[in-house]
Design a protein around this ligand. Structure first.
Ligand SMILES: NC(=O)c1ccc[n+]([C@@H]2O[C@H](COP(=O)([O-])OP(=O)(O)OC[C@H]3O[C@@H](n4cnc5c(N)ncnc54)[C@H](OP(=O)(O)O)[C@@H]3O)[C@@H](O)[C@H]2O)c1
Length: 483
């Protein structure tokens, strides 16, 4: 790895959960792999009372929890970690600017700065505005702004937030996080498709019958019901993560593996997705049920959920991409909480052979289809299913897998945040969401959200409401594969 430019990493929301669990360990890991401690300097910014020493202790504990101890931790915290308290309700960050300049002068830094907004979304716009007004949107070196998800609540709020950002920052300075894009397996979708010619000639409407995307969680809202009840499954999972998977699996080849080339292709495919119709969507909300032999309560029984809430914890829907490659190929999406198991999987299901020559055999050729299965979690890897003749007679066809497993092939997958933080330090925007991409995604789902469709009940531990197969399969008898 190339050494990163020496910089000051400024985290807003320094006392928060994300900072403690993900950001501090990831920055430290990048620093140890980079081997240049002097390049990595951290300034925590929050409204809570605190001092450099207290934040060093907080950092030390966060690293200890993540499994890091020893003299490098002690030394880095003592020499490279700082804290700045902002006044509650303040409208300027002049004191922060002075503090940044003082730290940079002391450490001999040339003024490269990362501002990471690890804040609740309600605080994004005022901090962005304050950074601009304090003259911190540009500096003596490079300046980069990292914005956490969720980015907006609908098209109007996403557009407004983009306008507020662009009033002070250029788009090339902005890194909108979707941590799904930091996962190795998600990035590998690009390698799988564009480094291997094998599948390209079959990756289209002539050969593919359907694409299925399943993102199943077996957990419920886990203490986040207050947030979740206002968000629901489309905002929590579909508008961001699943839409990234749809674009990566269906986009055209970029001219180069470069941020804007790739993001142009992703935006193109998003613009081609046909408006979603109510009849192609089934929402669900989990009732009490049993998962892994344990009884679990209903969503509605969580005290943070509003009485009579219609918030969907599950959606299955059918999308279509109106372009030359994909017209007529349904993309089925299924995601929800309290499903039988945790898995994220994309299945590209190929058409059957045009003529069946195996009439009369035990399993006719029409009974199996070639499928490319890409598993993002758990057991990350790929599988291609194809038919073979079982030994002996009568002639019998069985579906068999060819598979690649990450764990078998490679030692360790880096954490998504570590990947993304290194990219920010290196100025690589490939894995971050561009302003037009986020708005195109909201443009697709905002009309659906406005329809306010009913969420049908499903028992926890099942694959969603019974209406899913009947409703989504109406047009072609399609039933989503078991995962
Ligand atoms: N936690 C995760 O695993 C996770 C995962 C993915 C994405 N995210 C996103 O990352 C961001 C931060 O998440 P988090 O879980 O760390 O949040 P958090 O713990 O709720 O908040 C982070 C910090 O922000 C400060 N804060 C709270 N309300 C504020 C306000 N109105 N104005 C200014 N500062 C405020 C608080 O510090 P002070 O009171 O000291 O200022 C708090 O410690 C969110 O946007 C979240 O959606 C989090």
């Amino acid at each position: 790895m190339e050494p990163v430019d020496p910089h000051l990493f400024v985290i807003f929301g320094a006392t928060g959960d994300l900072t403690r669990r993900k950001l501090i360990p990831s920055i430290f890991r990048v620093m140890t792999e980079d081997g240049a401690a002097a390049a990595h300097n951290l300034l925590g910014v929050s409204r809570s009372d605190g001092s450099d020493d207290e934040f060093r202790q907080f950092t030390n504990e966060a690293l200890h929890t993540a499994g890091y101890d020893g003299s490098l931790v002690e030394e880095w915290c003592r020499e490279r970690v700082f804290y700045h308290q902002t006044e509650r309700g303040t409208t300027d960050l002049d004191s922060l600017r002075d503090r940044i300049e003082a730290i940079e002068a002391d450490l001999g830094l040339s003024g490269n700065r990362i501002f990471y907004l690890a804040l609740p979304p309600v605080a994004f716009s005022s901090v962005i505005d304050q950074l601009g007004r304090a003259g911190l949107a540009t500096g003596p070196g490079w300046t980069r702004l990292v914005v956490e998800k969720p980015f907006g609540h609908d098209l109007a709020t996403a557009h407004q937030l983009n306008d507020q950002i662009h009033a002070h920052f250029d788009e090339h300075q902005v890194y909108r996080i979707d941590h799904y894009l930091g996962k190795e397996t998600v990035q590998n979708l690009l390698a799988f498709r564009f480094a291997n010619l094998l599948f390209e000639s079959a990756w289209n409407r002539d050969r593919v019958e359907a694409i299925e995307i399943t993102v199943a969680e077996h957990l419920g809202t886990e203490g986040r019901a207050g947030y979740y009840d206002h968000a629901g499954v489309i905002r929590d999972m579909v508008q961001n993560h699943i839409t990234q998977l749809i674009s990566l699996i269906s986009m055209e080849a970029p001219n180069a593996f470069e941020a804007d080339e790739i993001r142009n292709q992703k935006v193109d495919v998003l613009e081609s997705i046909a408006p979603i119709k109510a009849e192609d969507v089934v929402y669900g909300q989990y009732e009490a049920g049993v998962i892994d032999g344990e009884a679990v309560p209903a969503y509605a029984d969580d005290p943070e959920v509003a009485a009579g809430s219609n918030t969907a914890t599950f959606v299955a829907m059918r999308l279509g991409i109106a372009n030359w490659r994909w017209e007529g190929v349904p993309i089925f999406v299924r995601t929800g909480k309290r499903l039988p198991r945790k898995t994220t999987q994309i299945a590209v299901v190929f058409r059957r052979p045009p003529v069946c020559i195996f009439h009369g055999v035990k399993d006719e050729c029409s009974s199996h289809q070639n499928v490319v299965i890409i598993t993002l979690q758990p057991n990350e890897g790929f599988e291609v299913r194809f038919d073979v003749k079982a030994p002996g007679s009568p002639l019998t066809l069985v579906s068999q897998p060819l598979h690649f497993d990450y764990d078998e092939a490679f030692a360790r997958l880096p954490d998504a945040y570590q990947t993304l933080i290194l990219d920010v330090m290196e100025g690589d925007q490939t894995l971050f969401v561009r302003s037009d991409e986020v708005e195109n995604s909201w443009a697709l789902y905002t009309p659906l959200l406005e329809m306010d469709l009913p969420a049908l009940p499903y028992p926890a531990g099942t694959w969603g409401p019974a209406a899913v197969d009947e409703r989504l399969g109406l047009k072609n008898g399609w039933v989503m594969r078991d995962v």
